[in-house]
Design a binder for this molecule. Structure first.
Ligand code: PBG
Length: 331
């Protein structure tokens, strides 16, 4: 129930904004380090940190370096890290078997992180795009991204990640039926405590551009992803997808991208009350960094404001490339 208030001047709303102490006292939503999942890019080699040109401040890290970065993230209190591999183009094939190679980059990094920072939760990405010479999240057959054959491959990929020690499986592929298939396979193999954070409402977005550079998929991608990712004009459809994924065994759900889709976050939280996450994607990060580098906005303030808005929209947490920076700012 909304409290009924007396009219001005009995009620002066500015009283509640008078000083920092009063503002803090009545603040409704707060961003904390516990809300952060840090997406990181992996590459081959040792001692490697390669800057990603379209994402100032973001690097690809070799396994040894990501293990170090994971330890630092854990020391900052960040609860989870999410892995995205830059796959050697020579390993990309139409059949994508590198995706379930127990020794692929992502699985090696998972094991190294689990050793370096055992308490940090590791999240993985389930989709074929890092391994697919077509750059698509699923198999391409006669110009079409095929669903059921892709789901079989995603199950193998998810199982290899669970075996490597991943805590949270993150299917970002948008195929139909993959959550149920992955959940069944995890139960069968005894991974009954492995969580699934489903990218349930993932839109076909222009804001993924810098990410595709970071994982080396932009050159490879043929066409667009509109036959599986959502139409940005839709909201009811997002509710149907979230409901379906929760019913199939997702523990948590994601809305992606973040800031242009805050209405979807709020609606998802109000409708289902499930753990709800938003992905502040590469293009959102790049916009803030580019404007800040030009002196057009205050980067630190824009960062915090851009993350707090997800809490206000009902999210339990945010995947953000700002995670270590904002964790330091909040400390
Ligand atoms: C692909 C995937 C994408 C992102 C995460 N997983 C890109 C895409 O769908 O093309 C984007 C993340 C970002 O832009 O930061 N499975």
């Amino acid at each position: 129930m909304r409290p009924v208030q007396a009219p001005f001047p009995i009620t002066r709303h500015r009283r509640a904004r008078k000083s920092a102490a009063i503002r803090d006292l009545v603040q409704e939503n707060t961003l904390t380090v516990n809300d952060l999942i840090w997406p990181v890019f992996l590459c081959d080699g040792e001692g490697v940190e390669q800057p990603v040109a379209s994402m100032p401040g973001v690097v690809r890290r070799s396994v040894d370096r990501v293990a170090e970065a994971a330890r630092e993230a854990a020391d900052l209190g960040i609860p989870a890290i999410c892995l995205f591999p830059y796959t050697d183009p020579a390993l990309k094939t139409p059949t994508c078997e590198e995706a379930w190679n127990p020794d692929n980059l992502s699985n090696r990094a998972t094991r190294a992180i689990k050793q370096a920072a055992p308490d940090l939760a590791v999240m993985s990405d389930v989709a074929l795009d890092p391994y697919n010479c077509d750059g698509h999240d699923g198999f391409v057959r006669e110009g079409e991204v095929v669903n059921d054959e892709t789901v079989d491959a995603l199950v193998k990929q998810a199982l290899s990640q669970a075996e490597a020690g991943v805590d949270i499986i993150g299917p970002s592929d948008m195929m139909d039926g993959r959550i149920g298939a992955i959940r069944d396979a995890l139960e069968d193999r005894g991974f009954c405590n492995t969580m699934i954070l489903s990218y349930a409402a993932k839109y076909a977005s222009a804001f993924y551009g810098p990410f595709r550079d970071a994982v080396g998929a932009s050159g490879a991608l043929k066409g667009d992803k509109k036959s599986y990712q959502m139409n940005p004009g839709n909201s009811d459809e997002a509710m149907r997808l979230i409901e379906r994924d929760l019913r199939e065994g997702a523990d948590m759900i994601m809305v992606k991208p973040g800031m242009p889709y805050l209405d979807i976050c709020r609606r998802a939280k109000d409708t289902f009350g499930a753990p709800t996450f938003a992905y502040q994607v590469s293009g959102e990060y790049a916009m803030i960094q580019a404007a800040a580098q030009n002196g057009w906005i205050d980067g630190d303030k824009a960062m915090v404001e851009s993350l707090l808005c997800f809490k206000r929209a009902g999210c339990d947490g945010i995947l953000t490339y700002f995670a270590p920076t904002v964790a330091r700012a909040l400390a």
